[in-house]
Design a protein around this ligand. Structure first.
Ligand SMILES: Nc1ncnc2c1ncn2[C@@H]1O[C@H](COP(=O)(O)OP(=O)(O)OP(=O)(O)O)[C@@H](O)[C@H]1O
Length: 222
């Protein structure tokens, strides 16, 4: 049997007085494009942070390709990729600089990071803005770039928080095509969105969250 990419068992997460995730049990199959759908505050970002090893749950069990992020965070860092948050510091870089930096931060040699950056710029149709400062680039550049910046080390699990937020139809098309190709290449994608239409169009599997609880789960027709 193929091991799932991610397993959450009775995961609970509390921030001070707020319960963000409540006894969530979820299994994300390898090679799925798995969508977490829910309104604002449903707990999606918290689940993604836990999956990426960026946050420890208050209780419950987490396994990323069988690895426990709390006992082997370095292994999980190599297995997972997630997008950087938009900051003025990052917006002052060029698209290429951001991708090279994302690669070297994931442990790639500078030369390898530069090659992967070039491949990603091409794949995400960002060649024209490659050497332009991100803040001066057309709308939609950041959305494509944020996804590309999650994958310079071609992680086995790509974790994307709202990759379509602010994206135009053309950007959505490019991102969706790339994510499907990534899954066809044997990788796994876990993404969060509040758009049912985009989730249903893009994903192979869907889990619906509401106030930290799982309220529905289904496999979508190909
Ligand atoms: N750092 C934090 N400190 C305190 N409460 C938080 C924190 N982060 C999230 N929360 C709360 O936890 C709950 C779940 O938030 P979360 O961001 O995980 O949901 P979400 O579905 O990703 O929502 P959004 O789409 O708005 O990001 C919300 O009630 C939110 O206010």
């Amino acid at each position: 049997m193929i091991r799932p990419a991610l397993v959450l068992s009775r995961v609970l997460h509390r921030y001070d007085g707020t319960t963000a995730v409540e006894h969530l049990t979820l299994s994300v199959p390898t090679r799925s494009l798995y969508g977490l759908l829910g309104p604002r505050g449903a707990g999606k970002s918290t689940v993604l942070d836990i999956a990426a090893g960026l946050r420890q749950p208050t209780s419950g069990r987490v396994r990323v390709f069988g690895v426990d992020p709390s006992s082997d965070p370095t292994a999980v860092t190599g297995l997972v990729g997630s997008s950087p948050r938009h900051t003025p510091e990052l917006a002052a870089l060029t698209a290429r600089e951001l991708l090279v930096r994302a690669g070297t931060r994931r442990g790639l040699e500078a030369e390898v990071a530069a090659r992967h950056a070039q491949e990603l710029l091409h794949a995400f149709a960002l060649g024209e803005v490659a050497d332009r400062v991100i803040a001066d680039s057309p709308a939609g550049t950041w959305q494509r770039l944020a996804v590309a910046a999650a994958m310079p080390h071609f992680p086995r699990l790509l974790v994307l928080d709202d990759p379509f937020a602010g994206a135009g139809a053309h950007d959505v098309e490019i991102i969706t095509t790339l994510l499907r190709r990534y899954v066809s290449a044997g990788r796994t994608v876990l993404l969060a969105t509040d758009s049912r239409a985009l989730a249903e169009r893009t994903c192979t599997h869907l889990a619906v969250l509401d106030r930290g609880r799982l309220t529905g789960q289904r496999i979508l027709p190909a």
